[in-house]
Design a protein around this ligand. Structure first.
Ligand code: COA
Length: 415
């Protein structure tokens, strides 16, 4: 089967998480992704959070599948020549160095554009132009600066970062879309272009509903679906909403049987308006169906705390999976709080390729998250991440370098 991005060559100058997420997706769609790393060191994540001595860490392996690895000292003049050859022959350069690093190396946008006017140069940076544009940024900084932390957590606690890597992996996803769009536009213009995904912007994009709420709050001073309503005052900024669902359908995380000992014995329960009568019947509160205080969604907003407390009395008598079975029969939207252990062992996720077992020559078998985007005519086969410099000779030969030149570059520690 062919792949969506067959024939696209990516010069992958990324490291850590955000950039590698992007190029891994492109590789899964069939692009030839050539990861350029420093000889002897490589991507810093190869050695971070190691669980097996001397084996590439899971941090690295799980973000660099389906790529080839080339080692190259791109600050050395001869190394720069090799990089120039790569720029001439590739379609896209993806990088997430600290601001200015590529320019300092001698590869400004103008220079790259001169070498290959068709090349797309795609970057992740922490911030776009503005007061923080020169800052180095990691995940949690982006979560804080993008509006996520101030709106996550409980009202009586500090701002909270989330476990979902929306700053790194979220920005990688945004950048991948920008690259594919730029490739599409190049079909008509024949030109490359710069693509920038700033982590702050990407997090804010994912927090779009909170900017919506800020404007509602500015105008009306109240947001009735927030847990602060009706008992507490709202301040001037969007507050932390705990586990409230935030939309028109109130929701909450409720205890299930076993919660005393199992930290994940919980269910997310949504009191969708359409199934309110069914909810009342399931929990044994048929009287609420016609009771004026509970009958309409608007009336219920005044009583969400007692409503969820009563539903929780019921969920606490069932395991989260028993509750799911019962609630799904009535189309009541709900979801179990799944631990990573449960997810890792879930057969249906293995069957769809969302959780994949991969074999690695040094570390052996490990689990990873496969391509979450499934395409009917471009299937993803997840293959292991490359060892450091595993494809240097192969790629240099493809670029036109002969054996002797490759040996000389190696002797000089340039590759
Ligand atoms: N050969 C020679 N030098 C190389 C090289 C190679 N193959 N690859 C990288 N380098 C050099 C770079 O030119 C740079 O040198 P300089 O500082 O002299 O200009 C240096 O290695 C490393 O760059 P830097 O990006 O500053 O690494 P860092 O480890 O200090 O910072 C980040 C890491 C993530 C904070 C930083 O890269 C960053 O802010 N990136 C943008 C935002 C981002 O993506 N953050 C999320 C990461 S998940």
């Amino acid at each position: 089967m062919s792949k969506a991005l067959d024939g696209v060559k990516i010069l992958d100058f990324t490291h850590v998480q955000s950039g590698p997420t992007c190029t891994q997706l492109l590789a899964w769609f069939g692009a030839d992704v050539i990861k350029v790393e420093r000889a002897g060191e490589g991507d810093a994540t190869r050695g971070q959070l190691r669980d097996i001595p001397d084996a590439d860490s899971l941090y690295f392996t799980m973000l660099n599948h389906n790529k080839r690895s080339v080692t190259l000292d791109t600050k050395n003049p001869k190394g720069k020549e090799v990089l120039e050859t790569m720029i001439r022959q590739c379609d896209v350069l993806v990088e997430n160095f600290a601001p200015g690093a590529l320019d300092r190396m001698g590869f400004s946008w103008e220079r790259i554009n001169e070498l290959n006017p068709r090349m797309i140069v795609a970057s992740v940076k922490g911030f776009g132009p503005g007061p923080y544009e020169d800052c180095k940024v990691y995940e949690n900084v982006a979560q804080c600066a993008g509006g996520s932390a101030s709106t996550t957590g409980f009202d009586d606690g500090p701002p909270l970062v989330t476990g979902a890597q929306i700053g790194d992996s979220g920005t990688g996803l945004h950048l991948a879309l920008g690259i594919v769009a730029a490739l599409y536009q190049r079909n008509t213009t024949g030109r490359g272009q710069k693509v920038l995904a700033a982590m702050q912007d990407s997090v804010l994009n994912l927090c779009r509903v909170k900017l919506r709420d800020q404007q509602r709050l500015d105008r009306t001073g109240v947001m009735k679906e927030y847990p602060q309503y009706p008992d507490q005052h709202f301040h001037e900024a969007v507050p932390r909403a705990g586990n409230a669902s935030g939309g028109g359908q109130p929701g909450s995380i409720l205890k299930c049987k076993g919660w005393e000992t199992d930290p994940n014995a919980y269910i997310y329960f949504i009191t969708q308006g359409a199934v309110w009568p069914a909810i009342c019947r399931v929990i044994g509160e048929e009287g609420w169906i016609e009771d004026e205080a509970y009958k309409s969604p608007g009336a219920r907003l005044l009583h969400l705390k007692p409503i969820f407390a009563r539903i929780e009395e019921w969920t606490m008598t069932k395991t989260k999976f028993e509750a799911m079975d019962i609630l799904n029969k009535f189309d009541i939207p709900c979801g179990p709080i799944l631990s990573m252990k449960e997810i890792a062992e879930e057969p249906s996720l293995r069957a769809t390729g969302t959780v994949v077992e991969v074999d690695h020559p040094v570390r052996g078998k490990y689990l990873t998250v496969g391509n979450p985007i499934k395409m009917s005519d471009s299937a993803t086969e997840v293959t292991r991440s490359p060892l450091l410099g595993e494809h240097t000779d192969e790629v240099l030969a493809e670029l036109g370098y002969d054996r002797d030149t490759i040996a000389a570059l190696r002797a000089e520690k340039i590759i």
